[in-house]
Ligand binder design. Structure first.
Ligand code: NDP
Length: 285
């Protein structure tokens, strides 16, 4: 044995529940392996009623942090010691980070999207159309506002949710924003720079579902992005590429939120290429 080891004060984990191997796990652990980190990223299912105990357990067991998914993104907040700026604005946490003795809630969904967008353009000064007003749209809208976009249009089927997001963007974040009620095929205004699908339309198994959008209004100067990671080449991405637009698929956002999580937890900057390849092995490309 190369390292000293004793049995003091240890709990050795043995999960009674099945611990699913999920794509995010494959992606994060590929980065750990690449950087020679002896870290693990495990998926643990937690019932809503047990969330407080789970967070106290994570604290007691010295977790560097964890991601949380719906429905825990909002419910986790009372168990944390503080929130990052955008998580506080969104009222949702997808990434918890230990800082000293504190557990701080961050939101890397929108930041991951913006990082993917920055590979093609600087969002500052851009006019953006976002389809959807749920958690993903909220995260993306807030980060784009913080990144200095010029104008945001939220296109949503349900009016109340759409207007609530516009109020947050225009009110708290002071970005000129408007709401468009979604009925029929939306026509993208010609001055738009970036078009984003932040709805669940097109997610497996409904891979042929069509976003109600007049694709003839997409022009080659526009960047078109989709949050759907599975499949990566959604109908929107294929239609937009055929119209000459530059495209960003849902793996871009997923990889970059993972990059940010790993940076928060370990302090290293992982290689996004290795992480993307781990996802492509699962989802295709
Ligand atoms: P929510 O349930 O919070 O929001 C869903 C949104 O989609 C709502 O605006 C909803 O409209 C709209 N919508 C759903 N179906 C339709 C439809 N048939 N027609 C019109 N609008 C529709 O989900 P999230 O925002 O949390 O997630 C959205 C998607 O984002 C998911 O598919 C998820 O996989 C993806 N995602 C991807 C990430 C990545 O890293 N790539 C990260 C996070 C999410 P309405 O308000 O009217 O109901």
């Amino acid at each position: 044995m190369k390292q000293p080891w004793n049995f003091k004060q240890e709990l050795t984990a043995c999960f009674g529940k099945p611990v699913a191997e999920n794509p995010t796990q494959a992606m994060v652990e590929a980065a750990y392996r690449q950087h020679g980190l002896a870290w693990r990223y495990l998926t643990i299912e937690v019932d809503a009623a047990d969330l407080g105990d789970a967070v106290r357990g994570a604290r007691a067991m010295g977790f560097a942090g964890f991601n949380c998914t719906i429905p825990h993104k909002v419910a986790v907040i009372p168990y944390l010691d503080g929130l990052g700026e955008s998580a506080a604005l969104m009222g949702a946490v997808n990434c918890v980070v230990r800082r000293g003795r504190e557990l701080i809630g961050e939101n890397t969904d929108g930041k991951g999207f913006v990082q993917a967008l920055r590979t093609l353009t600087d969002p500052a000064g851009k006019r953006v159309v976002i389809f959807g007003a749920g958690g993903a749209a909220r995260a993306i809208g807030v980060e784009l506002a913080l990144a200095g976009v010029r104008h945001l249009t939220i296109v949503n089927r349900s009016e109340a949710r759409g207007r609530e997001l516009v109020e947050l963007l225009a009110g708290k974040l002071h970005v000129p924003s408007d709401f468009a009620l979604w009925h029929g095929d939306y026509r993208v205004p010609p001055e738009t720079d970036v078009v984003i699908n932040a709805t669940s339309i097109g997610l497996f198994p409904d891979v042929d579902a069509r976003l109600p959008l007049d694709v003839t209004t997409l022009s080659p100067h526009m960047i078109v992005a989709d949050v759907i990671p599975n499949p990566p080449r959604t109908r929107l991405i294929r239609d937009a590429a055929a119209r000459g637009c530059r495209v960003i698929d849902g793996l871009g956002m997923l990889v970059n939120q993972g990059v940010l999580g790993i940076r928060y937890w370990t302090g290293i900057d992982p290689d996004p290429g290795v992480m993307r390849r781990a996802l492509e092995e699962i989802f295709g490309n």
